[in-house]
Design a protein around this ligand. Structure first.
Ligand code: EPZ
Length: 420
């Protein structure tokens, strides 16, 4: 297992190119199951999660190769309709194969992501939505076993706005007979990108970008090429790195509209931001103001930036409250940040962050993707040396993060090898 060693105190400055969006790629790739032929997905990020999705789709018979940032998928050999536990336990997004498999092949056997359908990371909205389209679904020994001769359009309302459930049901509805109306659909940019890709494949979808999607089912779809949207969370993470180190960074190849809530918070904290077409420049202030943040659905402040925001606020000049309304238990980074000297009090799904003058380097443990990012950010500003262990969590969702950070002045190195 690799670890990072970071020597804090360097102001970041320079330009960094943001990669394609992990959470778009993880939906676009399984969408290719909906048609036979060859697809090209450009601006695909080189991430562990993309490799995991690739290996899952290959076990189904899909031919996939990544050349630079162009992912080529040939779906003509797909002959297996299962997502085994080995894959799904590594990555929850594997469940995105469920909708396309039922829609195109009439059957699917997909492992539940750890736990039960209604457990810690539930998938009940996926199952209930697909049942409304006419799929027969049983839960057997930790697997979702589904079959459907022909899906039929339906009215589906999501009680909770769910990115994954919206994506799965939309990918099934495009081949259903008749019209499907999805209300309270997720409007995250990655879902909008998926809808646009499906339309390029011949699907008929109205209301794209809104929380009401009307889908006219078609008999068949065809392959298409698509450029993956930039990763708004990677962008927000690098902006927060500039802010926490007091630096000045320009992001290249971003869509600033996709992280406007993060920009607003950074400006409230005293940063100066400037949109330059598809580039975005941020200048940090000498001293950060404390700014409350509440993670909500898009276009609000994203839950995937909650950990990074707590890291930033840990050295602000005052107290702030960071609340997560999406995942009320997503705070495993807090005890690790406290090892670096942060002063944080957890109260249910909120963190009360009392800014301290300085953080001090220590050994800390990554627990999940965005928690790891928050530890890197804190290490960049902590005095002395910080060791971040188990950085495989980071490699799931950030392409070559240490190389990108070094290129803008961070003192960070990856140490590979033995058990840490
Ligand atoms: C997507 O996960 C993202 N992952 C997550 O990013 C992100 O945190 C999340 O959306 C919220 O924005 C991908 O896109 C691959 P949800 P997803 O269904 O689809 C509840 C990262 O760091 N829910 O929108 O799994 C759920 O418990 C990852 O890149 C149900 O109750 O999230 C949560 O409270 C982490 N039943 C809320 O909805 C369901 O059937 C939102 O979850 C499904 C979800």
């Amino acid at each position: 297992m690799d670890k990072f060693i970071i020597r804090g105190g360097k102001k970041l400055s320079g330009r960094v190119r943001i990669s394609g969006a992990k959470n778009a790629s993880l939906a676009l790739m399984p969408a290719a199951l909906l048609a036979g032929g060859t697809f090209h997905l450009s601006n695909t990020p080189g991430l562990q999660d993309v490799a995991t999705m690739s290996s899952l789709l290959k076990t189904m018979g899909m031919k996939i190769d990544l050349n630079g940032d162009v992912l080529t998928l040939d779906t003509r050999g797909v002959n297996k309709h299962e997502a085994p536990y080995a894959h799904v336990k590594k990555m929850r997004a594997s469940i995105y194969v469920l909708g396309p498999l039922i829609a195109r092949y009439g059957k699917a056997k997909v492992s539940l992501p750890g736990g039960c359908a209604w457990g810690p990371r539930p998938v009940n909205l996926h199952i209930e939505g697909l049942k409304k389209l006419g799929a027969e679904i049983k839960l057997e020994r930790g697997y979702i076993v589904a079959k459907a001769k022909q899906l039929t359009g339906a009215k589906i309302h999501f009680d909770i706005s769910s990115v994954g459930a919206t994506g799965n049901v939309m990918m099934a509805a495009v081949l259903a007979k008749g019209t499907t109306l999805i209300t309270n659909a997720a409007i995250e940019p990655e879902i909008t990108a998926l809808a646009e890709f499906l339309v390029k494949m011949g699907a008929r979808i109205n209301g794209i970008g809104t929380n009401q999607l009307e889908i006219e089912g078609v008999d068949e779809l065809h392959p298409a090429d698509f450029e993956t949207i930039p990763d708004r969370i990677e962008a927000g993470t690098f902006l927060t790195a500039a802010a926490i180190t007091g630096g000045r960074v320009t992001l290249e190849n971003v869509n600033p509209e996709h992280f406007s809530a993060v920009t607003a918070k950074l400006e409230d904290a005293g940063c100066i931001a400037e949109v330059q077409g598809s580039n975005f420049e941020l200048q940090a202030p000498a001293e950060l103001k404390p700014v409350d943040a509440t993670a909500v659905i898009y276009p609000g402040f994203p839950t995937d930036m909650q950990a990074q925001w707590i890291a930033l606020m840990s050295i602000a000049n005052g107290t702030s409250i960071v609340t997560d309304t999406i995942y009320t238990d997503r705070f495993k980074h807090v005890p690790e940040l406290e090892r670096l000297g942060a002063d944080i009090e957890l109260k249910k799904n909120a963190a009360i962050v009392r800014g301290v003058k300085k953080l001090t380097g220590a050994t800390v443990m990554s627990t999940d993707l965005r928690a790891s990012a928050s530890l890197i950010l804190a290490g960049l500003v902590a005095e002395g040396e910080t060791e971040v262990l188990r950085v495989y969590h980071l490699d799931r969702g950030y392409e070559a993060i240490e190389k990108k950070l070094r290129a803008i002045g961070a003192d960070i190195e990856r140490v590979s090898g033995k058990e840490y």
